[in-house]
Design a protein around this ligand. Sequence first.
Ligand SMILES: NC(=O)c1ccc[n+]([C@@H]2O[C@H](COP(=O)([O-])OP(=O)(O)OC[C@H]3O[C@@H](n4cnc5c(N)ncnc54)[C@H](OP(=O)(O)O)[C@@H]3O)[C@@H](O)[C@H]2O)c1
Length: 366
Amino acid sequence: MPEPSTTRMRAYVVGQRSWTSLLWNAITSFDVSHGASIAEIPIPGINDSEVLVKVKAVAQNPTDFKHIDMVSPPNSIVGCDFAGVVDQVGANAPGNWKVGDRIAGVVHGGLHTDRGSYAQYLKAEGDLAWKIPDSVTDQQAATYGISAVTAMQGLYLNLDVPWPDENARSTPKELLVYAGSTGASLFAIQLAKLAGYRVVTTCSPHSFDLVKQYGADAAYDYHDDDTLAKIKAEFPNISGAFDGISAGQSTKICSQAIAGGRGKVITLGPGMKSSVKGVEVVSILMYTLLGRPFQLFAPLGPKWLTVPEDRAALVRFYAMLPSLISRGLRSPPTKVVDGGFDGLRPGMDLLKAGKISGQKLIVNLS
Ligand SMILES: NC(=O)c1ccc[n+]([C@@H]2O[C@H](COP(=O)([O-])OP(=O)(O)OC[C@H]3O[C@@H](n4cnc5c(N)ncnc54)[C@H](OP(=O)(O)O)[C@@H]3O)[C@@H](O)[C@H]2O)c1
C-alpha cells in the first residue's frame, strides 16, 4: 500500500456487515475479527482541546474484536490503547503538550469514524493522556490503556481503595483479584498493594510466579474445585473482589469469598448477579471514564450518559501515572506481534482463541 499523503492515513476500519452476520457472530463467536480491514482514510482533524498523535505502538484488547464482531458501525476505526508522539496541539488543549512529546492513553475505538488507535494518527483529549517517561518504552506505555484504567476504575472508584496520593490503609484489608494474570488484574494487584492491601488471586499454575512478581500474596488454581475453600481459610476477611475475567462461575465465586456475606464484587461483564444476599455486584465499563455519551448497537441498543466523576478520575490517574511508574507500577509483560498493520488481525485472532496468557499483545504501527 502506498504511503499516505499528508491528509490521509492508513487505519484498520470496520466494513459493512449485515444484521444477520452481526447476529451470527454474537451467537457463535466463530467469526474471528474478519469484519475489518486496512484502509486509507482522512487523518482526523482536532478541536481546541485535543492533540493529534502519530501512533507508534498499540496494545490489543478483547474489546477490539468484540467491537468488530458485534458492535461497531461501518467505517469505525478499531483500537483503544496507544502510545506515540504529539504531532499537533489544539489551541487550548490541557496537558501543556508540545509537538514531539511522547504520549500514551486510551480512546473508545470501534465506535467512531474519526477516533481509534489502529491508525497512523489519532486524536485524543489533552487531559485523557499521559507523558511517557524516558524509562518506559512505547510498547510498555501502550499497555496503560484499558487494562490499567479498568483496574483504577474498579479499585479507586468502586472498592474504596485509597488513591496513591491518599494514606494507605494502616490496618491491611484483604482483596480478592480473580483471574490475576489478565491485563486488568495485573494492574489491580499492583494498585491494591500500593494501597496496603493483602491480595489473594486465582490463575493457572503456570501464572503463579507471574502474579506473585506483580505483588500477589497468594495464588490459587481456578481449575481446582477446592479453591474457594482454600481462599476463605487463608483470607477470612475479604471485603471486596475485582473479577478480572467475569466469565463462567467467576462472579459467583467472588461473591462467596466475601467475608460475612457483606461487601462488593466488581465485574467487567454485563448482567452478572450476586449469588450471596448482602454482597453487591457492580458491573463497570471503562468507556464511562472517557467523558462522552455513547450507545452500543445504535439505534436500538443501550445508551450511557457522561459520568463527570469518572472522567475526572481518569484525568487524575493519568496525571499521576509517571510518578506511580517511578514508584514501581509496571506494565504487564509484552509480546510484539510482527507485521505492523498486517499484525493487527493475527493478534486479535490469538486473543479471541484464548491463546494469550499473562501478556499484552503489542503491534508497532510506525
Ligand atoms: N468492562 C470493562 O470495561 C472491561 C475492561 C477490560 C477487560 N474487560 C473484559 O475482561 C475480560 C478479560 O480481559 P483482559 O484483556 O484483561 O484479558 P486477557 O489479559 O487477554 O486474559 C487472558 C488471561 O485470562 C485468564 N483466564 C482465562 N479464562 C479464565 C478463567 N475462567 N478464570 C480465570 N482466569 C482466566 C488466563 O489466565 P491463565 O493463563 O493464568 O489461566 C489469561 O492469562 C475480557 O472479556 C474483556 O473484554 C472488560
